[in-house]
Design a protein around this ligand. Structure first.
Ligand code: 5GP
Length: 192
């Protein structure tokens, strides 16, 4: 990690890993204990799942609105995932990094690669399931997506798992508490 003049970028942490691995649960747990860690709210063209609220889990927007954000350069990174687009609004992230505040992005592999390219000092953390069977169980068990969407996400997960060596650190999601604890330790000293 950089400790020189570019050190402010080290407060950016990217959490990635296959869909269904439990990234959101880990982040929710971490933020309950460390509200000073700010999580970016992504824009997506996917429809909300039951219980999801515009502006909380995501900004749920139309394809046209997403096109506009890309054209205006307002996304720090974006990717197409399982038939929908997801992107990180640039300005809120840059504002917080400029103030030296800890920023957490929970994004897919393609997005993590883009962040690596534009912000090389970012810490890239890969969250891995304890086993392939466990990932299948979680994705199927979520019960929020039709079978073909689950199948597509599993196919993508195989590709994503193979990218683990590209990351700075791997955490294995055996326990939400343990992983949240390990993740916050990696984000120090900015969270102490
Ligand atoms: P889900 O539809 O399950 O909420 O998210 C699908 C995938 O998109 C997850 O792997 C999630 O981490 C990723 N994702 C969420 N927001 C973003 C984003 O802003 N950019 C990118 N590249 N991926 C995202």
């Amino acid at each position: 990690m950089a400790v020189d003049g570019s050190a402010r970028l080290t407060v950016l942490t990217v959490l990635s890993g296959p869909s269904g691995v439990g990234k959101s649960t880990v982040v929710a747990h971490l933020r309950a204990a460390h509200p000073e860690v700010w999580q970016s709210v992504s824009a997506t063209t996917r429809k909300p799942r039951p219980g999801e609220t515009h502006g909380v889990e995501y900004f749920f927007i139309t394809d046209d609105e997403f096109d506009r954000l890309i054209a205006a350069g307002e996304l720090l990174e974006w990717a197409e995932f399982a038939g929908h687009r997801y992107g990180t609004p640039r300005q809120p992230v840059e504002d917080r990094l400029a103030r030296g505040e800890a920023v957490l992005l929970e994004i897919d592999l393609q997005g993590a690669r883009q962040i690596r390219a534009v912000m090389p000092e970012a810490l890239l953390v890969f969250l891995r399931p304890p086993s392939w069977d466990e990932l299948v169980r979680r994705l199927v068990g979520r019960g929020t997506e039709p079978a073909e969407v689950v199948a597509e996400r599993l196919a993508t997960a195989k590709i994503e798992l193979a990218a683990e060596p590209e990351f700075d650190v791997t955490l294995v999601n055996t326990s939400v508490q343990d992983v949240a604890h390990e993740l916050v330790a990696l984000m120090r000293p900015t969270t102490t």
